[in-house]
Design a protein around this ligand. Structure first.
Ligand SMILES: [Fe+2]
Length: 295
């Protein structure tokens, strides 16, 4: 089989064919997927019937898996999936939808805000890979917004003004915007804000992008209200329809995206019905604040 990629949106997103990701890949296949990611930033694979082990093995072709600790409020003993798998379903350990008044469910609703996975970590994620095991019958699309196209479309003055800005990201900012303001001391320590550049440069393509996320809630050296207005403004610009692709899930789809160049969000769905989505996350390589500003 030969890997081929067809662009399915005017500015990004490739649909991949000619590959079975449940089996070990050849170096050429890995290189073709990496090249596709650098170019399209979101890749869609259909009909990939995989186990958790196969999803983790496929993901490791692109780097080591991120340690998922510190990314949620679910206690280890309540987790449904093994270490290495991020559970982005609406299911509890018993396999049933979480109670609508549960704190875990409220926290998970934060995935419906535009974000970049793990932007709240000092070294944020490279790729996320999401496998659809059970698709909810109503809603539940995942939308992606191209932060390279968004950056390119900014006017020169804005580009100059934001070039060296550093934002503070925390899960408490994204969840705070949903009214979740009560955290234990342990959670507060776990969700301590980290610093990220607002403008990133892709290590391979050299393209600049906006590094926005609902986890961003402050800008170093800027009054809070002014920072929030700027972040809201940029987010509104970056998520306009021309830069957005909506993925409508089919069972056994796998969608892979580059968090360094994309934001995404889940859309509302019928939470009384199961939605079983499982994510693996490829760790990033360095802090964004260590990145030297491109000339
Ligand atoms: Fe996410």
């Amino acid at each position: 089989m030969t890997v081929s990629v067809r662009q399915i949106h005017p500015v990004f997103v490739g649909e991949v064919s000619g590959i079975d990701i449940s089996t070990p890949l050849t170096p050429d296949e890995v290189a073709a997927i990496e090249a596709g990611m650098d170019r399209y930033a979101v890749l869609v694979f259909h009909d990939q019937k995989i186990t958790d082990e196969q999803q983790m093995a496929f993901s490791r072709n692109f780097g080591r898996l991120e340690d998922a600790r510190g990314g949620n409020i679910t206690r280890p003993e309540d987790k449904r999936l093994q270490v290495g798998m991020n559970d982005v379903s609406n299911l509890g350990k018993d396999g049933r939808p979480l109670a609508l008044d549960s704190r875990e469910r409220a926290f998970n609703l934060g995935n419906m805000l535009w974000h970049s996975d793990s932007s709240f970590r000092a070294v944020p994620a490279k790729y996320s890979l999401l496998s659809a095991r059970v698709v909810n019958p109503v809603g539940g699309n995942t939308e992606f917004a191209d932060m390279r196209a968004a950056y390119d479309a900014l006017d020169a003055g804005t580009k100059m003004m934001i070039e060296d800005l550093i934002c503070e990201h925390s899960l408490m900012y994204s969840r705070g915007s949903l009214g979740m303001l009560d955290y234990s001391d342990e959670e507060r320590a776990m969700f301590r804000p980290v610093r990220q550049r607002l403008v990133r440069t892709h290590p391979v393509s050299g393209r600049k992008s906006l590094y926005l996320s609902s986890h961003a809630g402050a800008i170093v050296g800027m009054p809070m209200a002014e920072a929030r207005i700027l972040l809201k403004d940029l987010t509104e610009h970056a998520t306009q329809p021309a830069f957005v692709y909506a993925h409508r899930w089919r069972t056994w789809d796998l969608v892979m995206w580059d968090n360094r160049q994309m934001m995404h969000r889940a859309r509302r769905y019928d939470e009384t019905q199961p939605r079983d989505m499982r994510r693996t996350t490829v760790a990033g390589e360095a802090s964004t604040t260590a990145q030297v500003a491109a000339a």
